[in-house]
Design a protein around this ligand. Structure first.
Ligand code: ASP
Length: 603
């Protein structure tokens, strides 16, 4: 019997691979049907013990056995360091009865060694061996990335990523007539977005900006008559040290002329479904849709994790007069809301309480408390709740013994934001204790009807998506008097509580574009080229971009997006392998008219 081959899709392609390499076989493809064949395998010496060695390549591993009489071969292998690249020839044989390895793809055969050659010796003191990477810290794995890339998980990830991209290209180009167009990465600053990296030039005082996305180019392509554009685009954002962000990342960037919002949504649903990896749980499209206000009021975030319920519930009507531990009364505009977790009172500990306090401070919520109902139905809380209030809360929140209720009061936005975080934090906490909170698998949904603007901490209007997003046609008249109430034609796709794609229908009227830039305090002369283009016969257009790294990371449930990028950077944006960014010579500094004031700032 041939053991089931997990890498079948990969192995199937090997025959074509052999027509342009010098290898004749790969280490993952041999099975009982190869018995009696003479093979040549090329790969890394993975391990060697007794008379057995394991040779590994990108497709799997094969056991090689040195015949007892070939002492010279035994001696030769003894002198080879692990991870050296070797070439072996030998005869495929069935392993003796009882010696099969069911965990190994090729575990029913072995190759009896006839000859061996070292093609690329490895030094003795490699910092870690792929066979025991678990002992290597992430720092070390990033520093010697070419070694960690040899790991089966990394191989599987990068191959799956490539397969998804290939299917996406096929879907967009072959099924829907999109054109793959490369756009520049050296550009000028785009107003109203993320902090951009700047690139000095030989012209004193003049800098490029690295594109944070191809946003302007894709709009210009529509104006240029390329009505269906896409690109697997490299983007750059200088977001400082934000966990699980990369200064350079990849988007599947898409734009169309004459789209409808529903059309873009179903294009993307088809794209995800068509490129869905083989063997993954069944995916159902269309994805559900949520409007922004519902997302905020029920989940306290615009990217809700809907794999579990525990929605936020408003209880202002019941608790408006209750004093919180701080004993201060609520202002009339305050809102009081709650999140309930069933059957979990034993997990509500002093550490959890402290954590929630810190979260509340971070969200500017001054009044927060909890109610714990013990297994006998006794209420433990520092809120002053009389029996009537308890009964009312019990009935509206459907409380039972052993429940925990998190309550907060104050400014509605802050309260919702806080309870949204509480919901995730306590769910994580319960999961670390072995409780199943989130449903397994993949959960997608759209969030729609975002406000066009939000107000930042300095009280200034900011674009919620970007300044090119069109206002809802019904709300355009509100732009001047009441911009905060204007909805944008903006849509986000959320997967397991993470935003994986965002896009919008664009402004294609130059005057409206200028007006929106003015509202967010941006100088429209910086965008003269785009405004001019909008006035040159611009089709209505819209698009979206999928964050490919995050999407693949969520698909594979990796701990970090670094695990799905071949050469990632640290949280601080450093490349540990080459130790970049690094100092440059005085000559180069002069060429680019740069004076370094503080050379100590290396992080
Ligand atoms: N360029 C946008 C972004 O990077 C996506 C879009 O609106 O298409 O977020």
């Amino acid at each position: 019997m041939r053991f089931e081959c997990k890498f079948f899709a990969v192995v199937r392609r090997i025959s074509s691979l052999n027509s342009f390499t010098t290898r004749t076989n790969t280490c993952g493809e041999l099975g009982l049907d190869s018995v009696g064949e003479k093979v040549c395998l090329k790969g890394w010496l993975h391990t060697f013990r007794g008379k057995f060695l394991l040779i590994r390549d990108a497709y799997g591993m094969t056991q090689i056995t040195i015949p007892g009489e070939r002492k010279e071969l035994l001696e030769k292998v003894n002198g080879i360091n692990f991870e050296s690249v070797i070439s072996i020839t030998g005869l495929v044989t069935k392993r003796p009865e009882g010696q099969e390895n069911k965990k190994m793809q090729t575990g029913c055969i072995e190759v009896i060694l006839e000859d061996l050659e070292v093609l690329g010796p490895a030094k003795k003191d490699l910092k870690f061996l792929p066979k025991d990477t678990s002992k290597a810290s992430e720092h070390l794995q990033l520093q010697y990335r070419y070694l960690s890339l040899r790991l089966p998980e990394m191989q599987r990830t990068l191959r799956l990523r490539s397969e998804v991209i290939m299917k996406m290209r096929e879907y967009l180009i072959k099924k829907h007539g999109f054109v793959d167009i490369e756009t520049p990465t050296l550009f000028r600053r785009t107003p109203g977005g993320a902090q951009e990296f700047i690139v000095p030039t030989r012209q004193p005082g003049n800098f490029y900006s690295l594109v944070q996305s191809p946003q302007q180019f894709k709009q210009l392509l529509m104006i240029g008559g390329l009505d269906r554009y896409f690109q697997i685009a490299r983007c750059y954002r200088d977001e400082g040290s934000r966990p699980d962000r990369q200064p350079e990342f990849t988007q599947v960037d898409i734009e169309m002329s004459f789209p409808t919002l529903d059309g873009i949504i179903s294009l993307i649903e088809g794209l995800i479904a068509d490129s869905w990896p083989e063997g993954f749980p069944e995916l159902k499209i269309p994805f559900p849709r949520l409007d922004f206000n519902t997302a905020m009021s029920e989940y306290g975030t615009d990217k809700p994790d809907t794999r579990f319920k525990n929605k936020i519930q408003e209880v202002t009507g019941i608790l408006k007069d209750v004093s919180f531990p701080e004993n201060s009364t609520l202002s009339p505009s305050s809102c009081v809301s709650a999140v309930v977790f069933r059957d979990s009172s034993e997990y509500y500990t002093a550490a959890v309480k402290n954590k929630m306090k810190t979260l509340a401070e971070g969200c500017r919520v001054k009044k927060n408390s909890e109610v714990k109902i013990d297994k006998k139905g006794k209420w433990i809380t520092n809120m002053k709740l009389n029996e009537k209030l308890k009964d009312e809360l019990k009935s509206i929140l459907k409380l039972e013994e052993n429940d925990v209720v998190f309550i907060a009061a104050g400014n509605r936005t802050d309260v919702l934001k806080y309870l949204g975080k509480v919901r995730l934090e306590f769910a994580d906490h319960l999961e670390t204790k072995g409780k199943n909170i989130r449903s397994s698998g993949y959960n997608f949904h759209w969030v729609l009807d975002f406000p066009l603007f939000s107000v930042n901490d300095e009280g200034k209007l900011e674009s919620n998506h970007h300044p090119f997003t069109a206002p809802h046609p019904h709300d355009v008249d509100l732009l001047r008097e009441n911009p905060e109430n204007v909805r944008g034609l903006h849509y986000d796709l959320v997967m397991n509580g993470n935003e994986i794609a965002g896009g919008s229908i664009r402004i294609h009227d130059p005057m409206l574009q200028e007006e929106v830039l003015k509202l967010i305090g941006e100088d429209s002369s910086q965008l003269h080229h785009l405004i001019d283009a909008l006035a040159s016969g611009c089709p209505p257009h819209g698009g979206i971009a999928i964050g490919l790294d995050r999407y693949i990371s969520l698909l594979l449930h990796t701990k970090s997006i670094r695990d799905v990028i071949a050469f990632p950077k640290t949280t601080e944006g450093r490349d540990l392998m080459s130790d970049a960014p690094s100092a440059v010579s005085e000559k180069d500094l002069d060429l680019y008219h740069i004076k370094v004031i503080n050379k100590q700032s290396k992080c």
